[in-house]
Ligand binder design. Structure first.
Ligand code: HEC
Ligand code: HEC
Ligand code: HEC
Ligand code: HEC
Ligand code: HEC
Length: 492
């Protein structure tokens, strides 16, 4: 490195120049600043003419370039400080020349110009930073930048009622502190993604999720009266015709009754004057110990399990929206047969193909299938399945292809073997889907076993939550009014 001037005479050009090339640090710093700034300007120009839609390009350009610029600046300052410490005698040159600068008209112009350039660069940097920030809040950023990591959540999200709600509205909510926390929490995640060390599957529940009142309740509100909701569940038989069976029920969702002001029904749990606290006995919140029903500070009732072990309590939670609606956006298939039913209702799987339900369920249950070759794998499996089980019927090549395409589509929507997301990895709490002896969803508490001191239980009475209008009936056997209701209702 060339040492600065031996000449102690204040030299304007040298004085200013010194700032740039005092030593290696300032030189590299200047270089980084100049290059990153130039590239940033070009990138912004390009983005202005035709907005960049490539994730990686955007992130690198608008988040990393300003970061590099600031890093260059920091190096530069560091270099000057280092220089000052080491060569105090030379400092005179700089300060003196600065004194000269201020008294000289031409130099004042230079200073003025530099200040102007500095402000403009700040503006440009913050514009780029802002673009990066807005982008970092977008669903594309959250869902696809770490494609492999968020693949399962992003895929299901796009196919959910909330596909137009951005990730941050549920995961981060409003407010500066949660924003900053989310960004800080995100740093180790980026590290994990880069090092391929992220957890598979991404664990659920999300213990750091904001309370529902800061997220869900910005758009929905607990006092809304939903009244009764008609729901239809269609399941298909394993016969050659895939006979459809319908269960029709009115779910007693309730809410605050506009006439009486009282809360009742399923949404009673989130009434303004009711608090339900529960002790989770495992990390997944699948096993629930003591349940306390409070109203304000007053304990109304405590329900306990006879064999519950207090030392196992993982956390005590106040029940809120996500304790039932834990899958508002990432709704994964839980059981192969039920998922095939849904796919047949929506036409993804063609219900006119003989034994489609049975065959599709048989081949999709084993999830050891590469996502890249799903369709080919299922075609081979289906062909073998029909040959082994139903050699008596003839299945055309076209039917086999159609069925394989449908099964593959269902598979790609729900199963992510590389992320260890398979059937039942992320079960929903809404209902009770574990089959016989069900202890899941609502039945975690409503099991007739959680008992209070005065002998009440949290009820499993079949009419508490819904009225079954028809159970497993063929369409033709349903009463006319129910048929009419069904045809006017979206299928579920
Ligand atoms: C409607 C609200 C909502 C939206 C929108 C949403 N999420 Fe979620 N997300 C949730 C809830 C609720 C959970 C589960 C919380 C729990 O069980 O603790 C969750 C869980 C997750 C998990 C943990 C793994 C799992 O499946 O439980 C990841 C990862 C995730 N979300 C990513 C995303 C991404 C990426 C987006 C945007 C593309 C997004 N979320 C959009 C509500 C939402
Ligand atoms: C930014 C607004 C917004 C936020 C935040 C939001 N939702 Fe929604 N939610 C909607 C909209 C809009 C719909 C209606 C979608 C439709 O009708 O297709 C909806 C629909 C729903 C439904 C009905 C789904 C169905 O099957 O028809 C439920 C349940 C729900 N939201 C729960 C939640 C929960 C739980 C949260 C918090 C984790 C949440 N929402 C956060 C806007 C939001
Ligand atoms: C005790 C469990 C439980 C809690 C707590 C709960 N819900 Fe629900 N909610 C349900 C059930 C069950 C349904 C009806 C089933 C469905 O829509 O799939 C429902 C339905 C809904 C619907 C759709 C209504 C319709 O007519 O389509 C919305 C929106 C909703 N809930 C929002 C919320 C919000 C917001 C919260 C928190 C303030 C909340 N829920 C708390 C169980 C719950
Ligand atoms: C954390 C425990 C817990 C879970 C999970 C739970 N509940 Fe409850 N539920 C209770 C308690 C406690 C009561 C009140 C018992 C009492 O009256 O003392 C109750 C009462 C009810 C009532 C009667 C409300 C009224 O009008 O008085 C309905 C309906 C109900 N629950 C539906 C559901 C549904 C549907 C689900 C699942 C989506 C569910 N619950 C999940 C604890 C729970
Ligand atoms: C604590 C509330 C609650 C109780 C008690 C309850 N259920 Fe349910 N049940 C639900 C909810 C909520 C759903 C809807 C789940 C969904 O939206 O997918 C449901 C769904 C069902 C379904 C349709 C499932 C399907 O896929 O076909 C049947 C059948 C059913 N319940 C039967 C019963 C019977 C029988 C009992 C009495 C032993 C009972 N339920 C008690 C809350 C309850």
């Amino acid at each position: 490195m060339n040492s600065p001037s031996e000449n102690k005479q204040p030299d304007l050009k040298k004085g200013l120049w010194l700032y740039v090339v005092v030593n290696g640090f300032t030189m590299i710093g200047s270089l980084l600043m100049a290059v990153s700034f130039a590239v940033l300007l070009m990138a912004m120009g390009a983005d202005f003419i035709s907005p960049i839609s490539n994730n990686y390009a955007l992130t690198i350009l608008f988040a990393f370039l300003p970061a590099i610029f600031l890093f260059g600046f920091a190096l530069h300052v560091f270099g000057i400080i280092k220089y000052r410490r080491r060569k105090t005698d030379e400092v005179g040159v700089i300060t003196q020349s600065l004194g000269n600068v201020l008294s000289d008209a031409r130099s004042r112009k230079i200073i003025f110009f530099s200040a102007f350039a500095f402000i403009v660069s700040l503006l440009i940097l913050s514009a780029a930073g802002h673009r990066a920030l807005i982008y970092s809040e977008s669903r594309e950023f959250c869902g696809t930048l770490c494609h492999q990591v968020m693949g399962p959540e992003y895929t299901t999200y796009l196919d959910s009622p909330h596909s137009q709600v951005s990730c941050v509205e549920c995961h981060i909510g409003e407010g500066m502190s949660s924003f900053v926390r989310a960004k800080i929490d995100g740093i180790p995640m980026i590290w994990e993604a880069l090092h391929d060390s992220y957890p598979r599957p991404v664990p659920s529940p999300v213990h750091t999720l904001r309370p529902s009142r800061d997220t869900c309740e910005k758009c929905h509100w607990p006092s809304k009266f939903h009244g009764n909701k008609l729901s239809l569940f269609t399941h298909f038989g394993e016969d050659i015709d895939n006979t459809a069976y319908n269960t029709v029920m009115v779910q007693n969702v309730g809410g605050q009754d506009p006439k009486t002001g009282e809360y009742h029904g399923i949404h009673w749990h989130v009434s303004s004057n009711v608090q339900i606290y529960y002790e989770a006995l495992d990390d997944k919140r699948e096993k629930i110990g003591k349940v306390t029903y409070k109203s304000g500070d007053k304990i109304i009732r405590e329900y306990k399990l006879a064999d519950s072990d207090d030392s196992k309590v993982h956390e005590t939670r106040l029940m809120e929206c996500v304790d039932c609606h834990n899958r508002p956006s990432h709704i994964f298939g839980e059981k192969p047969a039920f998922s095939v039913d849904k796919a047949m209702v929506t036409g993804v799987i063609d219900a006119s193909i003989p034994y489609a339900k049975k065959a599709a369920t048989a081949v999709i249950t084993d999830t050891n299938v590469s996502r890249d070759h799903a369709e080919a794998t299922f075609k081979t499996r289906l062909s073998a399945y029909y040959a082994a089980e139903h050699a008596d019927i003839s299945i055309s090549e076209a039917q086999l292809s159609t069925l394989a395409a449908g099964v593959a589509k269902l598979f790609l929507r729900n199963i992510f073997p590389e992320n260890n997301v398979v059937w039942d990895t992320h079960p929903s709490h809404l209902g009770h889907r574990g089959g016989d002896n069900d202890e899941r969803g609502c039945f975690r508490c409503h099991d007739d076993k959680h008992t209070s001191d005065d002998g009440k239980v949290i009820s499993q009475d079949c009419d508490l939550c819904h009225n079954l209008l028809a159970e497993d009936e063929k369409l033709d056997d349903l009463a006319e009014p129910i048929k009419a209701l069904i045809s006017s209702h979206k299928e579920k």
